[in-house]
Every structure is written in structure tokens, then in C-alpha cells.
Design a protein around this ligand. Structure first.
Ligand SMILES: Cc1cc2nc3c(=O)[nH]c(=O)nc-3n(C[C@H](O)[C@H](O)[C@H](O)COP(=O)(O)OP(=O)(O)OC[C@H]3O[C@@H](n4cnc5c(N)ncnc54)[C@H](O)[C@@H]3O)c2cc1C
Length: 354
């Protein structure tokens, strides 16, 4: 047996950024994705419940995973020939699923490639980035995804899905909707050397200015400077999981019919309302709704809501996943009751239903 190792009864406490206790009946650490064909020959992996685990930064273990847990350790990043043969000023980069996301961002910036700078410092792995179409500071990863290489469980085949086949949407994708179908083994990104940075997201241009960078001509701002500004804002705003357990934003911004958004805005003029990409609907700020219900800084035992950010649930030490889930449900119920808006969790909940 090469390319993987199996640990029975593996503790997952240090493998999730909430830092809650959980145990996997079987953890399979895969160093070489070439071993997946052999591994999925075993019934437990092929047919049983499976959790593919990256950095555990978008998961809540409300209970133990039922079946095997698979962790990919593959670490290669390389410039990639354009398999579609296009010569369109785009540079393709292929990164293995096990690569740390921020390490990839730094790697691309170090080679003068633009595209991922607004997504700097998002925790987790490359393999998880397409799952919820990670997004931050006005950019979603789908804008740079060229293709996703997957191992298909039903057929034991390696396939290359185009970005269109991934059906990306706001914090969503084909992979998130059908988590049992594929193991993402690598992602190909289409990046550019000469791209005008995206500085439209609130606060980004101000941060660059505070760094002494002239933003009047955005084309003159380097991608590495944008990434630095993003890191500065993120370090100020988001609790560091190394210090206090969390999974970033716990709720998605709800998308509601335009008429409902208009009515809410007229009753609550301070409510931030954004376009959703569809003229018939609008995206509301989940953070504002939760804050308005008085949850920011709330704490019960070790489960709480960050004082700095109403969207971030925190584990102050010994909270269980079930306690954090119970708190999340109370928050969502209060928002539903007061505003008639249903909140949906962003992280995947393991061991319980939302
Ligand atoms: C402090 C903090 C800030 C954050 N900020 C942001 C943000 O700005 N924007 C954002 O979008 N997210 C953010 N997140 C959430 C999280 O970092 C991202 O969703 C990240 O992509 C999760 O990566 P991971 O490797 O930790 O995935 P995990 O948490 O390990 O897994 C998440 C999901 O992806 C699946 N998965 C993981 N790897 C694979 C694979 N190789 N193949 C198939 N399925 C896989 C898992 O089964 C699970 O369903 C934040 C989290 C934290 C803690």
C-alpha cells in the first residue's frame, strides 16, 4: 500500500478551525492522488458515507462523521499548458487539492500573476476553494477557475470539469449540492499578467490609501499591494482561528425577492442591500440582520458570537459542535421571527441536519 495511510479512530479536534471534538471511524491520509483508484476499490470508501476533509475551516462537527474521512496531502503547484490551446494572454496554473490556499495566492503573486489577490488569507485548501466558490472583497474564485480535476466516485474515473460544468453560484457549486459525487484532486486557474485590480469593494481603496498607495489610477496598483491591503483588513476584522475557534462567516447573505428587499429597506433604512446578479432578487446583509437582533458579542458557556463580527460564531474553548449548532439555530429563528428572512448556514454541518 503506497501513497496513503489509514488511521482508525482518528481525533479530528485539531483538523477543524472551530476546534470542536470529533472522531473519525477511519481517516485516510492520501499523499498521492494516484492511489485513489485503489482506495475506492474498497466498499467502505466506494459505497459508504465519505467526508473529504481539507483544512476543516468550513465545517461544523455537530457529531462524528459516520464513515471514512479522506484528507488529500498532494502539494504541487505548476504553470500549466493550456489544454484548450487558446493563446489569449492567460497563464494557467494547476494546483493540487492539498495545497494551502494562501500559499497558492502568494505563489501566483510572486510570479506577477493577477486574479487571486482579493482572496488572500482565506483559510483552507485549494481543493475546497471550488466547493463553495470562495469569495471575498468583491471577487469569487469562479472568475479564475479554468477547470477542476476530480475523481468521480460512481465511475472511479479522473475527470476534468470545465468551469461551466461546476455550476458555480454565490457560495455554492455542483460540488456543494452533491458532496458525495466527487473528490477534487486539483484546480486549474486562468490568471493574467496585466489585469486592472478590483478595488470597488467597500474599504479596500481606503486601506490602500492608508498604505500610501495612489488608487486614482487602479491600473497602477500591483496585485501584491491589493493582497496586502486585504490581509491587513482581514487581520483586523476576523478572529484568528488559532486564537479562538471559528469558521469565518457562519451564515450566507440571504437572497430574497426584490419586492421583499424593498419593503425591508423601507422599514429599516440602515439595512445594507446588494445586487444578487438577478434583477428579480436582492442580497441582504446577514451580519446586519443578526446584529439588529442583538447577537453580536453574545456568549453562553463557550459558544458565542464574535464581538467584532455578528456573522462569526466562536468557540471560546470547550464548546461542542452541538452547542454551536443550537446557538446558530436560535440566531436564525430570531432573524426569521423579526424580519421574516430565512438564514442558511455557510459551513457544512456534519452529524446533524440544519
Ligand atoms: C477565519 C475564516 C475566514 C474565512 N473567510 C472566508 C472568506 O472570506 N470567503 C469564503 O468563501 N470562505 C471563507 N472562510 C471559509 C473557508 O475558509 C473556505 O470555505 C475554505 O475554502 C474551506 O477550505 P477547507 O480546506 O478548510 O475546507 P473544509 O472545511 O475541510 O471542507 C469544506 C467543504 O469542502 C469539502 N471539501 C474539502 N476538500 C475537498 C476536496 N478536495 N474534494 C471534495 N470536497 C472537498 C468538504 O467535504 C466540505 O464539504 C473562512 C473561514 C475562516 C475560519
Amino acid at each position: 500500500m503506497t501513497g496513503y495511510r489509514i488511521i482508525e479512530g482518528a481525533k479530528l479536534d485539531a483538523r477543524n478551525t472551530f476546534g470542536v471534538a470529533a472522531r473519525a471511524p477511519m481517516l485516510v491520509e492520501v499523499a498521492d492522488t494516484g492511489a485513489l483508484g485503489e482506495l475506492f476499490g474498497y466498499a467502505m470508501l466506494r459505497d459508504g458515507p465519505l467526508l473529504v476533509l481539507g483544512g476543516g475551516s468550513n465545517l461544523l462537527f455537530a457529531g462524528d462523521p459516520e464513515g471514512a474521512v479522506l484528507a488529500l496531502g498532494s502539494q504541487k503547484i505548476a504553470l500549466h499548458d493550456d489544454a484548450d490551446g487558446a493563446d489569449d494572454g492567460v497563464t494557467l496554473v494547476r494546483a493540487d487539492a492539498g495545497v494551502e490556499w494562501h500559499a497558492l495566492v502568494l505563489w501566483t503573486l510572486g510570479r506577477g500573476l493577477a486574479g487571486l489577490e482579493n482572496l488572500a488569507l482565506i483559510p483552507g485548501t485549494v481543493g475546497a476553494a471550488p466547493i463553495q466558490n470562495i469569495g471575498a472583497y468583491g471577487v469569487e474564485v469562479r472568475e479564475c477557475v479554468h477547470a477542476v480535476e476530480v475523481f468521480e466516485r460512481a465511475t472511479s474515473r479522473v475527470r476534468r470539469l470545465t468551469a461551466a460544468e461546476c455550476a458555480f453560484a454565490y457560495r455554492d457549486s455542483r460540488f456543494k449540492r452533491d458532496p458525495d459525487a466527487f473528490v477534487v484532486t486539483a484546480v486549474e486557474f486562468a490568471l493574467r499578467r496585466n489585469a486592472t485590480p478590483r478595488l470597488d469593494y467597500a474599504g479596500l481603496a481606503d486601506e490602500l490609501q492608508a498604505m500610501g498607495i495612489d488608487v486614482r489610477a487602479p491600473a497602477g496598483v500591483r496585485p501584491s499591494q491589493v493582497a496586502e491591503a486585504v490581509c491587513r483588513i482581514r487581520r483586523r476584522k476576523l478572529p484568528d482561528p488559532a486564537l479562538v475557534g471559528n469558521a469565518g462567516s457562519f451564515f450566507k447573505n440571504p437572497i430574497v425577492p426584490a419586492a421583499m428587499a424593498d419593503a425591508l429597506k423601507s422599514d429599516h433604512p440602515a439595512l445594507p442591500v446588494f445586487g444578487s446578479g438577478d434583477p428579480a432578487s436582492r442580497k441582504l446583509s446577514a451580519a446586519w440582520l443578526i446584529d439588529a437582533c442583538g447577537w453580536k458579542g453574545f456568549r453562553e458557556g463557550d459558544a458565542g458570537v464574535a464581538a467584532s463580527h455578528a456573522l462569526v460564531l466562536v468557540n471560546h474553548g470547550a464548546a461542542t459542535g452541538a452547542q454551536l449548532l443550537a446557538l446558530a439555530r436560535r440566531i436564525a429563528s430570531s432573524v426569521q421571527e423579526r424580519f421574516g428572512v430565512a438564514l442558511e448556514p455557510e459551513p457544512r454541518i456534519i452529524g446533524a441536519r440544519w
